[in-house]
Design a protein around this ligand. Sequence first.
Ligand SMILES: Nc1ncnc2c1ncn2[C@@H]1O[C@H](COP(=O)(O)OP(=O)(O)OP(=O)(O)O)[C@@H](O)[C@H]1O
Ligand SMILES: [Mg+2]
Length: 281
Amino acid sequence: MSLILDHVTYEYGSDTELAVKALDNIELVIDDNEFLGLIGHTGSGKSTLVQHLNGLLKPTSGHIYFNGRDIHENDFDRRALRGEVGLVFQYPEHQLFELTVFKDVCFGPKNMGMKPEQCEVAAYEALEAVGLDEELYDQSPLDLSGGQKRRVAIAGVLAMHPKVLVLDEPTAGLDPKGRDEILDLVKELKKNLGMTIVLVSHSMDDVAEYADKIVVMDRGKIIYHDTPKNVFAHAKELEAMGLGVPQVTSVMKSLADAGIDVPQDITTVDEAADVLAALCK
Ligand SMILES: Nc1ncnc2c1ncn2[C@@H]1O[C@H](COP(=O)(O)OP(=O)(O)OP(=O)(O)O)[C@@H](O)[C@H]1O
Ligand SMILES: [Mg+2]
């Protein structure tokens, strides 16, 4: 099972004079059980790309295949697809609208035709998985904090038991603790449930820490699609695109520039700690 984007181009307002080409001939294969990080400057097309993965947006040209089938064929069940490829929106407010948290999380499974009892079980399990305090289940989702809203939005998608979880900047606006909690949760979901994860992020540190592969977008095109080490070896090119490298990669480079014998392809704090500990011995 994989998701394939085959020469996908997307224009907003394609039949108007104000057409904006947001995706330009994207070719991408997302493998099963992969953790893919998607980075790029603001406006580079990340949100537009991820909204194609569950059929919310339809390519102006090109095709998207899920499990070998074109998702825009007439007889393809796109409602079922939205359960299998779960998208957590960039702004949780765009996703939460029911009167209570619990009802909100039940919405997805209900919409997919699950029986009421099954919906409730799925909602409880999902809310438990995201670690939301039970006292909040009957509150309005709009009264919650930013971090709590994101958990509810993730639970609403998890309750549909997706195979692919797509998160559009799920840590934006969270403090470091909230950020780590959400990302650790996502990592656990991949490990325990074998989910495929697509994580859109502005944080180089986060994608370096969690992703197996990284896609770098610039002006609607994919510039790099590689391992974190290979992507962050292009520090100058990334800088030219308004991106950076993980903080720890910069620190190790400064140490190397100062004449200390450390590798320059370090991308995670754990790796750096090992190298520095070995150096001190
Ligand atoms: N609804 C829309 N109508 C017209 N143009 C749009 C619309 N949504 C996005 N765009 C344009 O499409 C391009 C890609 O936008 P997109 O939101 O996909 O970028 P992004 O990488 O997700 O940015 P950000 O990091 O700010 O979330 C931008 O030029 C944006 O202005
Ligand atoms: Mg976006």
